[in-house]
Design a protein around this ligand. Structure first.
Ligand SMILES: [Zn+2]
Ligand SMILES: [Zn+2]
Length: 339
């Protein structure tokens, strides 16, 4: 099979173009509980840039990619969940131990043995991949493979953040930053909590316009004073200062959820009385559980959420990642292997 592999970490994709190499590999073997998936499409994600440039350390060599949609091509003798030909999705969670305290309470995203697709295990920048059938999901019929792929990461993680925010109908939610994940989250909020008010803070004029179009009740730039306090907030920005702003804009007892792996700038010093007093809470989001992905896929099909995608061929992965880094992809970038 053809695959794009990463063999070594580089300093930056602009300075060292073409970090992934096209190789010919044998179709991978599968265990008794695993399925072999013939990949139709794989979304591209900022996490791949983090791996290539060494901010997250993958196994090496690695086939990146964790937003995979494909068809079951074969299965192990104990794999019974899917039939040959069924369409399945695979997300960031490749496996977890299933036995520890975190796994037993449903927080498999926090398992010490958490393995990630396209980082700890080979992923979707290839013609085939292998996964345990317990970590694959049926794909709703109304979505094409390319449309479903981006939902497996940006959408599903945003959905987890929304659940963690503790939002209830009739409340006000603040959204800081308005990229791939946030523009899906607002559609979920408007569908599930129609009486919620949504405040969106983003520096980009284009993103403010999109937020309005998607139903934001107020839009502004970070630092603006919104027309009221929010009960909960999700921070999607790469900078630290919005964490403090979101706390300051919070109602008593309000919660702020930070949906970023790492901030490019530090969170500024907090003033206890002004920023945290009155039972305000600050929480982060890490990884994802199978339940988040399953719930979100079915919700996305109901709403429906149909992402705008720009398709590339597998061999164009380097080019697509460079465009992603430069912010030049319209909607979500997807590598399309076959129909
Ligand atoms: Zn991702
Ligand atoms: Zn575990």
């Amino acid at each position: 099979m053809k695959a794009m592999i990463l063999e070594k970490i580089i300093s930056s994709i602009e300075e060292e173009p073409g970090p992934l190499h096209m190789v010919e590999l044998p179709v991978p073997d599968f265990g008794p509980k695993q399925i072999l998936v013939k990949i139709s499409a794989c979304g591209i994600c900022h996490t791949e840039l983090d791996e290539i440039e060494g901010r997250i350390l993958p196994k090496l060599p690695v086939i990146p990619g964790h937003q995979i949609v494909g068809k079951v091509a074969d299965r192990g003798k104990d794999a019974k969940n899917f039939n040959i030909g069924d369409r399945v999705g695979i997300g960031w969670i490749y496996s977890s131990c299933g036995k520890c305290f975190q796994c037993r309470r449903g927080n498999e995203n926090l398992c010490e043995e958490f393995q990630s697709t396209g980082c700890d295990a080979d992923g979707g920048y290839a013609e085939y991949t292998v996964v345990s059938e317990d970590f694959a999901y049926p794909i709703p019929e109304r979505l094409t493979a390319s449309q479903a792929a981006p939902l497996l990461c940006a959408g599903a993680v945003g959905y987890r953040a929304l659940k963690l925010s503790g939002i209830g109908d009739g409340q006000t939610i603040g959204i800081y930053g308005f990229g791939a994940s946030a523009h899906i989250v607002i559609q979920v909020v408007k569908y599930k909590f129609p009486d919620c008010r949504v405040f969106v803070f983003t520096r980009s004029k284009e993103h403010r316009d999109l937020a309005k179009k998607l139903g934001a009740d107020w839009v502004g730039v970070p630092g603006d004073i919104p027309p009221g306090k929010h009960n909960c907030a999700i921070d999607f920005t790469p900078v630290g200062i919005t964490v403090r702003e979101a706390l300051r804009n919070s109602e008593k007892g309000g919660r702020v959820v930070v949906n970023v792996i790492r901030k490019a700038t530090p969170v500024p010093e907090l003033d206890y009385t002004r920023d945290l007093w009155h039972e305000k809470e600050l929480k982060s989001v890490a990884n994802i559980t199978r339940k988040d992905i399953e719930e979100f896929l079915s919700l996305a099909a109901d709403i429906p959420i149909v992402p705008e995608v720009q398709e590339f061929k597998l061999e164009q992965a380097n080019e697509a990642l460079l465009l992603l880094k430069q912010g030049k992809i319209k909607g979500a970038g997807v590598l399309k292997m076959q129909d």
